[in-house]
Design a binder for this molecule. Sequence first.
Ligand code: NAI
Ligand code: MG
Length: 335
Amino acid sequence: MTQTITVIRGDGIGPEIMDATLHVLDAMQLGLKYEYADAGLVALERHGELLPAATMDSIRHNRIALKSPLTTPVGEGFSSINVELRKRFDLYANVRPAKSFPNTKSRFPSGVDLITVRENTEGAYIGEGQSLSEDGETAMLTQKITRRGSERIVRYAFELARRTGRKKVTVVHKANILKSTSGLFLKTARAVAAEYPDIQCNEMIVDNCCMQLVMKPEQFDIIVTTNLFGDIISDLCAGLVGGLGLAPGANIGTDAAIFEAVHGSAPDIAGKGVANPCALLLGAAQMLDHLGLPEKATKLRVAIIATLEAKDSLTPDLGGEGNTMGFAKAIASRV
Ligand code: NAI
Ligand code: MG
């Protein structure tokens, strides 16, 4: 059966890293068909909308999208196109692996292999109920956490642990202070954890977790947490292993899933052909896992690691002098 995926080439460095990524996927002969759709600045210019209906239809229909970064123009429409996509498709699980790779400029060239599972649809991050008083002196924001939202994300984390042979889930919270919201999340997490006696579970307050991540990242396996904490922690984790050029993310819902790089459209290097394609490639590897092709996903990751080990055509962010497509070709030669 041929699988069709929606491909969003995106803004800034988006088209460059997408072309590089598709070059590698093509070399793997996976039989994937691509349906191109526009979103972001490109879509605004071409169709007068940041998220055209045709793009939404394509994702709804194919259920799988590979997406490059999108620029959200300041003062246009939504506060963030990415948040909007997550909301519209109810992509409740944001799954962000951070793993040590060779020849990066990382403080942890080995020993880090963890996944942040971030709740993606509620909490402080989505900006509900934002207001500023008329005198400009008082700002407010509603923070809503539900038992359903907490339950499904924690269950996702434990199921992920079982499926991937991981041993431990750390529930990260601030229930000592945010007694209602973080309290409900923690209480729900404890109930779910009790159903998984085969997986070790511990709890950690978010500020301590940040320190522990920097001091002893090897103690973490899977972290599950609420939206805003997950946003911050996953960038911290990307920093541990060598930066945004190596950090992928999956946004997973019941009816659709969108795979991407954690980084943005990098306008400072757009059009120069020097962007590192690895984050999006690793996002594509997550997509292959999701499509039930784990041996292909592993093959892709092994090829990326071998290319890093050989220092073959690495991009400048990794200390090399290569370019985006050259790096992709070096990876493609190893798949
Ligand atoms: P950014 O992630 O685009 O860039 C931060 C820094 O990292 C820059 O110096 C950039 O050159 C570098 N960088 C990022 N990706 C790289 C890569 N693959 N290879 C080498 N270097 C890389 O963050 P910034 O500048 O804050 O945001 C730019 C735009 O991207 C904004 O419009 C923002 O809204 C959007 N954005 C979109 C995201 C998405 O679509 N998922 C996520 C984050 C930001
Ligand atoms: Mg972020």
